[in-house]
Design a protein around this ligand. Structure first.
Ligand SMILES: *Cc1c(COP(=O)(O)O)cnc(C)c1O
Length: 380
């Protein structure tokens, strides 16, 4: 029986050559030349002046949260339907999340975000406070779920009105662009004050593990790079200007990243082709937002409430799939936090199954998986 994984790396370009060069040159640590080159490649691709490479998307989100000034006692508005790693950096900064529902694109619902800011908060001297607790709300963290893009026009308008910094979790959305509206031509992560990408093993571009942060302000990127390298003022004499972090990406990882960036547009084409085949084969996959050219990172199969049954039947046939994430407000570390009118997220959580989407899949593989899913859906 053929095993079909969910989402695995595709390393058939120059990955081996460049990693080999890094090893041959004995530049494996953060000091090697590929790290800067990788930063430049990502910045050029997304159209920013600079980018800061770090050890993971999680580390990147932490750097962005610190740079946005999130601190002890604050509250941060964040998507309820997301991966755990979006939310934890809020806590690393001593703050707590407030969870906001999604819309039908699985991304943060701007209507509910506005409703919360208008009804549950008050603005004093340009700073937003939650009425119930009196706690400050300095930022909002929308997530571009599965490579789809949030309604950033609405979110940016709300952020502007209520004095919020915007940290885009674009971990899954490298290679997604707006094609219409105010942000036409812009890349995911480059609209808010900060944008964060992940290069974890299952992302569209992988360095094994890694991340990248971009920001509107060059000075913010310089500062995040500084604290990501132990805040060194004088490396020889061990003078450190503030609390530092060991978050810099290594040269070995960056070597992989450079080669992967060369493949990104090819990966996007395959992901789109496979998505189109699944749809053509009659599967009910959620569409991506209009006015967007997405990277088609993950596909969301609507199962009619049969997530567990379909997943189990696929497993028996050697095909991997996964349910959408557990909702953040239901997880133990965040069960005490405020969740505002969560409705759509509950619905999608019990309906969506992610199905195989690797760029290694052939057209034949995709048709085979689609056929098996059709059979299973007819039975459950
Ligand atoms: C992968 C991911 C992260 C975390 O990235 P890591 O590189 O694994 O730390 C954060 N948010 C979302 C939405 C992700 O998918």
């Amino acid at each position: 029986m053929k095993h079909i994984p969910l989402s695995v790396p595709n390393l058939k370009g120059r990955e081996g050559d460049l990693v080999g060069t890094a090893v041959a040159d004995e530049w494996v640590s953060t000091a090697g030349p590929y790290v800067k080159d990788f930063e430049k490649a990502v910045a050029a691709y997304v159209g920013t002046a600079d980018a800061v490479a770090c050890q993971s998307g999680t580390a990147g989100l932490h750097l962005a949260c610190m740079e946005a000034g999130i601190s002890t006692g604050d509250l941060v508005l964040v998507a309820d339907l997301t991966f755990f790693a979006t939310v934890n950096p809020i806590r690393y900064c001593g703050a707590d999340p407030i969870f906001i529902d999604c819309d039908d694109t699985l991304c943060m619902d701007p209507d509910k975000l506005r409703e919360f800011c208008e009804n549950e908060c008050e603005l004093r001297d340009g700073v937003l406070y939650e009425k119930a607790s009196g706690r400050r709300i300095p930022a909002v963290m929308p997530v571009h779920v599965f490579g789809n893009l949030c309604d950033m026009e609405s979110i940016m308008d709300i952020a502007g009105e209520f004095g919020l910094s915007v940290i885009e979790d674009a971990a899954e959305a490298l290679g997604s662009f707006w094609t219409a509206g105010r942000y036409a031509g812009k890349a995911a992560g480059t609209v808010g004050d900060f944008g964060v990408y992940s290069f974890n093993g299952n992302k569209i571009v992988t360095t094994g593990g890694g991340g990248m942060v971009v920001a509107q302000k060059l000075s913010s990127m310089d500062h995040m790079r500084y604290v990501s390298q132990q805040s060194k003022d004088d490396a020889l004499r061990f003078i450190h200007g503030e609390v530092g972090y060991n978050y810099r990406l290594t040269n070995l990882q960056a070597a992989l990243g450079i080669a992967q960036m060369e493949e990104l547009d090819g990966f996007r084409k395959i992901k789109k082709r496979n998505y189109d085949i699944y749809r053509e084969e009659g599967l009910n996959l959620l569409p991506f937002r209009e006015g967007v050219d997405p990277n088609y990172w993950f596909y969301s199969l609507m199962t009619g409430g049969k997530v567990e049954e379909v997943m189990a039947a696929l497993k028996e046939r050697g095909i991997d799939s996964r349910p959408i994430w557990q909702l953040m407000h239901r997880l133990k570390p965040y069960a005490e936090c405020r969740a505002y009118r969560i409705e759509r997220a509950v619905y999608y959580h019990s309906n969506v199954l992610n199905i195989p989407c690797s760029t290694n899949l052939t057209e034949e593989d995709v048709r085979y998986v689609a056929g098996v899913i059709r059979e299973i859906l007819a039975e459950v």
